[in-house]
Design a protein. Structure first.
Lengths: 82, 492
């Protein structure tokens, strides 16, 4: 039940879905439902953090396989300042 | 030039005589027209040179149509072939350097249109077509090439649906292999920025048309596959003619896509354009813009999806707590003694005994109920539903407060109900019957109510309970025959 138990975004969504299903099917002891629910909240938090995790960047990979930030003029469509 | 011709035709002597015939006929005809005023005798070489000059000047740029036969690719990479129709044949040759640009593979039996020039191979007195371009008759060369490659890769299983990989739901980095010049890349970036503002994009610029494009694209794909974190790649370009899009019909691009370790979205031209790359890619997007929409969901949709799931989980957890509340209620309603008081009231004879039993049971039950409710209280406190849920998400606090309140209200109601029942129980106590003149006779130790004389001897002590007070009596005699009639009658 710790964060390391969440593999990735997709796994988190899948587990969250299965938790919701289990909870909605009912017939669970209260303690177990609450444990599941807590896990669900943990998963949804993880998903939220993953959504913000990607860094807004535009990089150019040149023919020598080197990564460089894209020229500002090129990336300028929406402000690329961050 | 002549050293080029040395190679092939020395290797193929048997076919030489045949093409000579029309040529000799032509020579005869020429001789007949020309009046031999002065007999000018040529050497063979002189004549051959003259023929060469005539043919090569006149037929330096010609188109000829026929059926390919005897196609042979020399190990030098040059192609030798014969063009024929129903009556005649023409030898043909194609340099490796020009052969390279053919989009299809020449094969025997194909009807083709060839462009080139006639040259004469002097050592053998032969003429032939040096072909500069070859294309399938009718069907375009590109189309034929397309069909050939498509069939080959299809047969290899490269288009197999089982090969198609699902796209990652949330790519860490999105790779893009395309030209920096066209509108395609700008469309993709614009749309991705709108849908998922903090997406991390890696662009590998490539040529997307011309002879070098296929090589560049294939290399670009291989390179971008090595960038850590890139877990999906868009490859494509904007619209154009079939020739413009041709690089994406090249085998090396198809193979590069097939070898990519992560899913590839093809986004080539317009919706109506289909290239070999589209068949090999894991997902075909009709346009580059569409690829940007396919590669990742809108960020707000992600949030909506997650929040929807969490809300459902919360709703279900809440219902579970409510179910507990209902259970408390049901326990309070399931009265073990609900029907008891009435029955007791009917049993005058057993009144006192039953009263004791009842009071015991009743008190036990009350105590049990109290314990049970206490337990539930403890459970609720242990779960501390309100605090846990509130701690988990502030939005849930209000709901939880209401919930806990509801549970407690039910408990209170249950307690009140219970007290009421006990009250009724006592008011209906069989002791009340004694008020109507009945008495209860007990054994001396008050453990048993006496119903007959059995076991009672004269001299025994008995106790008699009256409505008010109790008598301590001694039995003087017993009479088994004396009927103790039920004066009240009919109550049982």
């Amino acid at each position: 039940m710790t964060d390391t138990s969440i593999k990735d975004f997709e796994a988190a969504i899948a587990e969250l879905e299965s938790i919701v299903k289990k909870l909605e099917e009912g017939d669970l002891p209260l303690e177990q439902s609450l444990t599941l629910y807590e896990r669900g909240v943990q998963l949804s938090r993880f998903c939220h953090s993953r959504l913000e995790e990607a860094e807004r960047r535009l990089e150019i990979l040149n023919e020598r396989g080197e990564l460089k930030p894209a020229p500002a003029s090129f990336a300028a469509d929406p402000p690329p300042r961050s | 030039m002549s050293d080029l011709f040395d190679l092939p035709f020395e290797d193929e002597p048997p076919e030489l005589p045949e093409p000579q015939e029309p040529a000799s006929a032509a020579v005869r005809a020429a001789g007949a027209v020309d009046p031999p005023v002065v007999r000018r005798i040529h050497t063979v070489t002189e004549l051959t040179v003259r023929i060469r000059d005539l043919l090569e000047n006149d037929l330096s740029e010609i188109w000829v149509e026929g059926e390919l036969s005897n196609c042979r690719l020399w190990n030098t990479g040059h192609l030798y072939f014969t063009l024929k129709d129903s009556a005649t044949q023409l030898r043909g040759f194609m340099f490796r350097s020009t052969l390279r640009y053919l989009k299809f593979k020449p094969e025997d039996g194909q009807r083709v249109v060839a462009r080139g020039k006639i040259t004469v191979y002097e050592p053998k007195g032969e003429y032939q077509l040096v072909c500069e371009h070859l294309e399938p008759h009718g069907l375009g060369a590109l189309q034929l090439a397309f069909d050939q490659l498509k069939k080959r890769l299809h047969d290899e299983g490269l288009f197999d649906p089982a090969r198609k990989r699902p796209l990652p739901a949330l790519p860490r980095k999105i790779g893009i292999v395309t030209s920096l010049d066209g509108a395609a890349i700008r469309d993709i970036i614009k749309i991705l920025r709108r849908r998922y503002p903090n997406a991390h994009l890696v662009v590998r610029p490539t040529r997307v048309q011309g002879d070098e494009a296929a090589l560049d694209i294939a290399q670009g794909l291989r390179q971008i596959a090595r960038v850590p974190g890139v877990d999906v790649v868009i490859v494509g370009r904007g619209g154009g003619s079939m020739e413009d899009l041709w690089a994406f019909n090249e085998e090396r691009v198809a193979r590069a896509i097939a070898r990519m370790p992560m899913p590839v979205i093809s986004a080539i031209g317009h919706e109506t354009d289909t290239t070999i790359a589209d068949f090999v890619a894991d997902v075909r997007a009709p346009t580059p813009s569409a690829a940007a929409e396919i590669v990742v969901s809108r960020k707000d949709e992600f949030y909506a999806q997650i929040d929807r799931l969490r809300d459902r989980a919360h709703g279900a957890a809440q219902r579970c707590v409510q179910a507990l509340g209902r259970r408390v209620h049901v326990v309070s309603g399931r009265s073990a003694f609900a029907g008891f008081p009435g029955r007791v009231a009917m049993r005058g004879r057993h009144a006192a005994e039953l009263t004791h039993a009842l009071l015991r049971i009743g008190r036990g039950a009350v105590a049990g109920r109290a314990r049970r409710i206490q337990q539930l209280d403890v459970q609720l406190a242990t779960f501390d539903v309100g605090r846990r849920l509130a701690g988990i998400h502030t939005r849930f606090v209000a709901a939880e407060g209401r919930l806990t309140g509801a549970v407690r209200r039910r408990q209170d109601r249950a307690k009140a109900q219970l007290q009421q029942i006990v009250g009724r129980l006592e008011s209906l106590s069989p002791l009340a019957v004694l008020g109507r003149g009945y008495a209860v006779c007990w054994t001396e130790d008050r453990t048993r109510v006496l119903r007959d004389t059995a076991g009672v001897e004269p001299g025994d002590s008995v106790k008699v309970t009256l409505a008010r007070g109790e008598l301590d009596c001694e039995v003087r005699a017993t009479s088994a025959t004396t009927e103790v009639t039920d004066r009240d009658g009919g109550h049982e």
